[in-house]
Design a protein around this ligand. Structure first.
Ligand SMILES: CC(=O)N[C@H]1[C@@H](OP(=O)(O)OP(=O)(O)OC[C@H]2O[C@@H](n3ccc(=O)[nH]c3=O)[C@H](O)[C@@H]2O)O[C@H](CO)[C@@H](O)[C@@H]1O[C@H](C)C(=O)N[C@@H](C)C(=O)N[C@H](CCC(=O)O)C(=O)O
Length: 480
């Protein structure tokens, strides 16, 4: 593509690609100088030109302009990059129905439910923590919401592969760093806001402010905002939403409401009250929070033109989302549940659910840790929650990064008072010990990592089998 197509009055130089990282610049690329948390992209212009950048987009005054490139100064590089990426990749999000899901918990599940329900008739891509999936393609992402350039390129590839819709997990980091600014969403969904990511946002106000950008700026005016009315942020989001607002709830009057909820460890039933009618919904997903996730997905799909009865029919056969409230069943006489919960709210909901499916007089066993270099305050809280709900606790490693896992464990243990507990650093061994000690009627909760296939240790990302795979291996070994 010609540079003149991307910037007014620019020369007609051929552009081969876009980059904001001097280390990955290829000959013919535009290099965008982004402000960072640790570095400033303006400091890497020379190395970008050395690698072949033909155009530098910058916002700061440059004292030395190395020869060999065209310089374009803009007010906001991030904004310019998003606009350019949209044009360079031929506005892919305008060619698909775009669903964006944000909130502390439930993003992966809702996006996967949406995809699962419509994928047979409306080929639907998914981008989020678990994977990037479209057609037969499945990629392992580094981030929940990828950077703007990678994101636009993948959306373009989805269009090429025939996708008609895309369900995207929109993280607060992604919103704060403008990764999704080049997308107009047909539907924006809000799950809930609980304590998380304060290491990045600093305050809950900033965290919420980031989430609200999806509703303020990025959903189309003729689109729809689907918002959880049981969350205290409902009013604030409703007031700032650019699109019409549709609510869902269990505990409040709402456009889509679930009543008469019946739960077991095998599935859930409830009555959906919508537009004065009652629709019985059956699903193989378990737990109260999955009722919220289903309500959000049902509302989003029905409000964007899918037939309600067909959506409800599909709810009965939703594939379990890997690592999210995943029931591991290898014929053992006790429950094993793997979940990604890594916030106090998520942990508490999982432990409450674990308690509710554990036979009276039997044990709830939890295995978890807490990430290094992230919200240290939650460590003691995790200990307190486990102390309140569980009968046996195995503290283990969870992405310690360059912190000492024993130190993290000590901080978790400071919240445990009466409940028997042990620290087993090796995560596989911790899972093995939990499973080999489980008896008929017990429940084992494996929390924090879901199906993630890596653990961040001192030396970076190390491979990990995933809690779900480890659980299956340990159960089979114990039954053999
Ligand atoms: C904390 C955070 O969000 N960091 C993101 C941030 O990095 P940064 O600001 O530190 O970047 P930097 O190193 O200061 O560099 C500034 C600029 O100089 C450039 N640079 C830098 C060095 C060099 O040699 N050459 C060069 O060009 C960089 O490419 C960048 O454009 O900007 C980078 C470029 O966009 C991101 O890759 C990086 O995400 C890191 C990898 C990350 O781990 N982010 C996580 C926390 C994240 O975003 N998580 C969310 C939430 C998940 C959840 O809900 O749990 C997600 O969406 O995944």
């Amino acid at each position: 593509m010609r540079l003149s197509k991307l910037f007014k009055n620019a020369p007609t130089v051929n552009i081969t690609g876009l980059s904001f990282d001097s280390r990955t610049v290829r000959p013919g690329n535009i290099y965008f100088c982004l402000p960072g948390l640790t570095n400033d992209g303006h400091d890497f212009i020379d190395s970008a030109i050395k690698n072949g950048a033909v155009c530098i987009v910058h916002s700061k005054e440059l004292l030395n302009m190395a020869p060999g490139a065209i310089y374009i100064r803009v007010e906001d590089v991030n904004d310019a990059m998003n606009k350019v990426a949209r044009i360079f990749y031929a506005r892919p999000s305008d060619k698909m129905k775009m669903y964006g899901v944000t909130g502390t918990n439930g993003k992966s599940t809702i996006t996967n439910i949406i995809r699962d329900i419509i994928n047979d008739k409306t080929p639907c891509g998914y981008i989020g923590t678990i994977a990037i999936k479209y057609g037969d393609i499945e990629l392992q992402p580094n981030l929940t919401t990828p950077d703007a350039l990678f994101l636009q390129s993948k959306l373009a590839d989805m269009v090429r592969c025939g996708m008609k819709a895309c369900a995207l997990e929109v993280s607060s980091h992604g919103l704060a760093q403008h990764r999704v600014d080049g997308i107009s969403f047909d539907c924006a969904i809000f799950t809930n806001l609980t304590y998380d990511h304060l290491d990045f946002h600093g305050t809950m106000e900033n965290y919420f402010e980031a989430k609200s950008l999806l509703f303020k700026n990025l959903v189309k005016e003729d689109g729809v905002s689907v918002i959880n009315k049981d969350d205290e942020k409902y009013g604030a989001l409703k007031d700032c939403s650019k699109a019409r607002v549709i609510s869902y709830a269990i505990n409040s009057e709402a456009d889509y409401r679930a009543i008469n909820i019946k739960m077991s460890s095998q599935g859930t039933q409830f009555d959906l009250v919508y537009s004065g009618h009652m629709y019985p919904v059956k699903t193989n997903l378990v737990g109260n929070f999955n009722v919220y996730n289903l309500l959000a997905a049902i509302a989003a799909l029905n409000e964007t033109g899918y037939d309600l009865e067909r959506i409800i029919e599909k709810c009965a056969h939703i594939a379990q989302v890997e690592g999210r409230m995943e029931r591991i069943d290898c014929g053992q006489p006790y429950n094993v549940i793997v979940d990604f919960a890594h916030t106090p709210d998520g942990m508490e909901k999982m432990m409450q659910f674990g308690r509710s499916v554990t036979m009276p007089g039997h044990r709830l066993i939890a295995v978890f840790g807490s990430a290094g270099k992230r919200d240290v305050h939650k460590r003691k809280v995790f200990g307190e929650l486990a102390d309140k709900y569980c009968d046996y606790i195995i503290v283990t490693e969870d992405d310690p990064r360059d912190e000492d896992p024993k130190e993290i464990a000590e901080q978790i243990k400071s919240g445990i008072q009466d409940t028997p507990h042990v620290f087993v650093q090796d995560r596989y061994e911790a899972i093995h010990q939990a499973i080999s000690s489980a008896q008929e009627g017990d429940t084992v909760l494996l929390l924090g990592k879901g199906d993630e296939s890596f653990i961040y240790r001192e030396n970076g990302r190390a491979p990990w089998v995933g809690d779900n795979v480890a659980a299956k291996e340990c159960i089979k070994a114990s039954l053999a």
